[in-house]
Design a protein around this ligand. Structure first.
Ligand code: SF4
Ligand code: SF4
Length: 432
């Protein structure tokens, strides 16, 4: 694709990066059938190619309608199915990531929209705040329909999404060590996460138990909070960079005290972001450290597959269907380790047709674009339930909560099943 970026902008490294990405696009449209929002609407502006054109017009300075660019970019899930489908290797991930903060700067949002986005950025990455917000949402949940005319579609959708019951379990903070009962054969850092550990603390508990059973010491690092992914996807570059700086400093200090074999991430969306820290911090004094941290990041299933599962201790396991989180499938290309591990643990693993389609979760997308997210979820759940599986398994808390909205099948995290099969407790969702 030919570009005509104004010379004045070519001193900006982000624009230079976007220009290089744009030049790889040959307008072929192979990405269109892979795109969930295009498949729902048939609208070029809701397709990867359309978004690329609109963003190009913005940086070339001849955009006619800024509001339609914002709406086109906001409707993108960042699922990266388009990047997997593109024969030219267009780096859509970094392209849309760089476009979002630029749009935030250039186009002021209506007050209500700006408020909702700021609220999410100030609550979701902070477990204590999020826990309080969920408790309040749970009280208001039965009145969501009644309140909708007052609070709007998005806030009402958020109330409906609040889990009916609080999940038992403590919030994990560092510094803290979880040592195996045998002499450790390895040591890892764990990203305890933010929203995940409020919504499903059992995922971290299962991760720690499984790793300890493998003889791995697990450490939670002092000062670690959110990895920055949530605000990154909201286009809030300053907040995202601040979170990444804190994480890189905290893990670098931890590794300097006592080397880490890996940094374990059990939320796929966070894993994609941590693995991209080097790019996020490029051109800053922390770039090298960020690249070192990124190189240590492993999805929990990658690490367990590299080291090998402990012996199995449970039989009579249910038939499961594995739902690929987009961030694992397209973002990290981690597809085989979870399947191999689940099969090795004794589960019959069924596949969903059209596995590259997003369930609509996509970070905070289901909170900001509830109608599109709900329709994608409905389609995904229909395809999943048609497999005849008894349990849905996935590697991302967002997908887990999203799918649970529209299915009566239990939805659990991969690591919860691996922990159970190797001697841990049966996940609560399966014993109900
Ligand atoms: S498939 Fe790739 S090259 Fe073709 S239009 Fe889509 S992004 Fe451009
Ligand atoms: S990231 Fe997903 S929703 Fe966005 S353009 Fe690509 S395929 Fe479509």
């Amino acid at each position: 694709m030919r570009t005509q970026i104004p010379d004045a902008l070519l001193g900006d490294p982000d624009i230079v990066e976007m220009d290089a990405i744009l030049r790889k696009c040959v307008h072929c449209g192979f990405c269109l059938p892979a795109c969930p929002t295009y498949s729902l609407t048939g609208d070029e502006r809701a397709s990867p190619r359309g978004r690329i054109y609109l963003i190009k017009s913005m940086i070339e300075g001849d955009a006619q309608d800024a509001a339609s660019i914002v709406s086109s970019v906001d409707s993108c899930l960042s699922c990266l199915a388009c990047a997997s489908a593109c024969p030219s290797g267009v780096d859509y991930q970094h392209f849309i990531d760089l476009a979002r903060p630029r749009l935030e700067e250039l186009v002021p949002r209506p007050m209500g929209d700006a408020f909702v986005r700021a609220m999410l950025a100030r609550i979701l990455p902070y477990p204590q705040r999020f826990r309080v917000a969920l408790a309040l949402a749970r009280i208001a949940r039965p009145f969501a329909d009644l309140l909708e005319p007052l609070i709007g579609e998005r806030m009402a959708a958020m109330l409906r999404m609040a889990p009916a019951r609080p999940q038992p379990g403590e919030l994990l903070t560092g510094p803290r060590q979880f040592a195996p009962t045998v002499t450790p054969i390895g040591r890892v850092g764990l990203l305890a996460g933010c929203a995940q550990q409020v919504l499903r603390p059992a995922i971290n508990e299962a991760t720690v138990r499984l790793l300890n059973r493998m003889g791995i010491e697990v450490t939670l690092t002092k000062g670690m909070g959110c990895c920055g992914a949530l605000v990154h996807h909201l286009g809030r570059a300053a907040e995202s960079h601040a979170a990444v700086r804190v994480a890189v400093d905290a893990w670098s200090a931890e590794a300097a005290r006592n080397p880490l074999d890996a940094i374990i991430v059990n939320a796929a969306g966070c894993g994609t972001h941590v693995k991209d820290y080097g790019f996020v911090m490029r051109g800053t004094p922390q770039e090298d450290a960020a690249r070192r941290i990124a190189s240590l990041a492993r999805d929990v299933t990658e690490f367990v597959a590299e080291r090998g599962l402990p012996p199995m201790r449970v039989g009579g396991l249910p038939r499961i269907v594995y739902h690929d989180a987009c961030s694992l499938l397209h973002g990290q290309k981690v597809t085989e380790p979870p399947r191999q591990l689940l099969r090795a643990a004794g589960f019959e693993v069924l596949e969903v047709p059209g596995r590259h389609f997003c369930c609509g979760s996509a970070g905070s997308y289901n909170l900001l674009q509830p109608a599109t997210a709900s329709e994608l979820d409905r389609r995904r759940v229909a395809a999943i339930e048609a497999t005849g599986a008894e349990v849905i398994v996935t590697g991302n808390i967002g997908c887990l909560e999203q799918l649970a909205q529209q299915t009566r099948l239990p939805v659990v995290h991969t690591v919860e099943l691996l922990d159970w099969a190797t001697g841990g407790p049966c996940p609560a969702e399966l014993s109900r």
